[in-house]
Design a protein around this ligand. Structure first.
Ligand code: ADP
Length: 571
């Protein structure tokens, strides 16, 4: 989780997933909504057409004159209406000759005496009032309204005015307005129809196996219950008798059962569902919400990211201004790695700085002693305290040679540091180099000898002589008279090995890691008798490494030391 890459990746993934999910959800919501609405509209249209067709069937004895009415309905709803008898024979079609074939299954069965199991209330048959009765009853109704303006009067399907079902409760209409009694008296037409119904009902009841105890008299006669629901609440067989009686009575007055086909008009393309404007507000709001969320999350991530970068920038500035103590805590991840590298670089810089300062002070110190000596003797000579004899000149020369050597060593080291130390490698016999060095360093106090085998390498002979010369000079210098120094040369696997072993003072175990450091000396007094500048081994190491080799040391205090140089053999 700390990796910048992983964090970025996960972050983008989460944002993308959220966007996709919400977009998909919005799209599906909008589509289902629109489709549902379209379907609802279509269903509603079909239901309206069906209702109007049923109404026609309920109020007409047959379909013979239905064409013009059906054409009107079809036009109004933009549909083609076709009717067929129960054998599937088409007897009415609002479509023309070009209209395609009708579907196999009809949309619905039109039967006013069985609309979802019920008789359509608009089928009134013999109950329909004559015009005369209609006028008379409506005159009463107007009187009743005039008597009590709160009364709401509606027409029953047969034309009779009656109190609306949603009448404000507890109306004492009859006491106030006597005309109510007249309104609620059956007309001759109704009386005859109810009588006929009563007969049919009785006939049915008589055929029942057990004669029911209740409701043998039509309640509608008293309550003007148009659909005669009271009987239907009686035992089921009584209700069934009433239904069949009513159907028998109404049958001659309604049109025959028919199959209804509804299809879109010819040539009219099904209306394409237009989603372009669906839920624009909702989509906008959600899109803005996601944008805000993504922005917020990006802001948080960005600030977290930028914090260590800012810290790094500040630390870099401080370092550039010379402060070597600037360190950054960058946490984990890529920025953490960068912070760690920066800290390491800072430490290295501080260390280099420290070494540079030590170096300058060491160089000053090294130069001071011989220069001080030279100045001292020259002043003494000037003051006449010392004779400028050959002995004095010899001493002065010795000091200036010391200075010369020091400056040469420093020059070599500076070149090594700058990477400009030039080598001139050539194939050489290493045993010759050893012999030359050993011969050059011979003296009477110490037994110095070489044990060599013929070994050939490609190397710069001058530089190798310098390196080996330093080691042998040290061995001789730190070995008391009577001691022995042996220089061995042999091959070991892929390397030529040079070992300089002495029986001298040895080096303390703690000092061993420092012997190759610049200006390091075991004897801190830096007396001229015990040695040189303290740069010899540092230069040797540089020279050996420049040849691709290594130099190491083992030593026991008081017993002697062995310096070992390994150089790669020619292959
Ligand atoms: P220097 O010019 O002082 O000899 P070097 O870099 O050659 O400087 O050696 C560094 C120090 O290592 C010496 O001052 C000495 O203390 C120690 N040293 C080097 N070679 C030997 C040796 N063969 N035996 C004991 N001490 C040694």
């Amino acid at each position: 989780m700390n990796s910048l890459l992983v964090r970025f990746f996960l972050f983008s993934l989460v944002i993308a997933a959220c966007s996709i999910a919400v977009t998909a959800w919005l799209a599906s919501q909008a589509t289902t909504g629109t489709i549902r609405q379209e379907q609802g509209e279509a269903l509603e249209t079909d239901a309206q057409i069906f209702d109007e067709v049923v109404k026609y069937a309920a109020t007409h004895e047959d379909w013979s004159r239905a064409k013009s009415e059906m054409d009107r309905i079809a036009r109004q709803h933009n549909r083609r209406i076709a009717l067929a008898d129960h054998n599937g024979k088409k007897f009415l079609d609002t479509g023309d000759a070009n209209s395609p074939q009708l579907p196999i299954t009809p949309k619905a069965i039109v039967d006013p005496l069985n609309v979802n199991g019920k008789i359509d209330p608009r089928a009134v048959g013999p109950f329909k009032l004559t015009d005369e009765e209609y006028d008379k009853l409506h005159a009463y109704a107007r009187e009743l309204s005039a008597c009590n303006p709160h009364i709401k009067i509606v027409d029953a399907p047969n034309g009779r005015p009656r109190l609306s079902n949603d009448q404000p409760g507890n109306l004492s209409v009859w006491e106030e307005c006597q005309v109510g009694y007249r309104l609620y008296t059956l007309t001759a037409t109704e009386q005859a129809a109810y009588d006929q119904l009563q007969r049919l009902f009785d006939g049915c009841l008589a055929n029942l196996p057990t004669s029911p105890q209740t409701a043998t008299k039509l309640p509608g006669l008293r309550t003007f219950d148009w659909e005669i629901t009271t009987v239907r609440d009686s035992p089921p067989e009584v209700g069934a008798c009433m239904e069949s009686a009513r159907r028998t009575q109404l049958e001659p007055y309604v049109a025959d059962q028919a199959q209804l086909y509804l299809t879109p008009l010819t040539g009219e393309e099904p209306r394409p569902i237009d989603l372009s404007t669906t839920g624009v507000t909702r989509i906008t709001v959600v899109a803005l919400g996601i944008l805000a969320l993504a922005g917020f999350a990006s802001w948080i991530t960005a600030t977290q990211l930028v914090r260590p970068i800012r810290a790094l920038t500040a630390a870099t500035k401080r370092t550039a201004e010379g402060d070597r103590t600037a360190r950054v805590d960058g946490g984990a991840g890529e920025i953490g790695e960068l912070a760690k590298s920066f800290n390491a670089m800072s430490e290295k810089l501080a260390e280099t700085e420290r070494q540079r300062q030590a170096m300058v002070s060491d160089v000053a110190h090294e130069l001071r002693t011989p220069l001080g000596n030279i100045t001292g003797w020259l002043e003494a000579a000037q003051d006449g305290l010392a004779e400028p004899d050959p002995h004095l000149i010899g001493m002065l020369l010795e000091e200036s040679l010391l200075l010369q050597r020091l400056v040469d060593d420093l020059h070599d080291l500076a070149q090594a540091d700058a990477g400009t130390l030039r080598l001139h490698p050539e194939p050489i016999a290493l045993d010759d180099v050893v012999d030359q060095v050993v011969n050059a360093q011979q003296n009477r106090e110490i037994l110095l000898r070489a044990e060599t085998a013929p070994v050939h390498v490609t190397a710069d002979p001058v530089r190798l002589r310098q390196a080996l010369g330093n080691l042998v000079a040290n061995a001789v210098r730190y070995t008391p008279p009577g001691g022995e120094v042996v220089v061995k040369l042999f091959e070991d696997q892929d390397n030529a090995v040079l070992e300089v072993t002495d029986t001298g003072t040895g080096i303390a175990q703690d000092d061993l890691p420092h012997v190759f450091d610049r200006f390091w000396r075991a004897d801190k007094s830096r007396s001229r008798t015990t040695g040189g500048s303290g740069l010899g081994l540092a230069i040797t190491r540089h020279l050996v490494e420049a040849h691709g080799g290594t130099v190491s040391v083992t030593s026991t205090l008081g017993e002697g030391s062995t310096f070992r140089v390994e150089l790669p053999l020619d292959r």
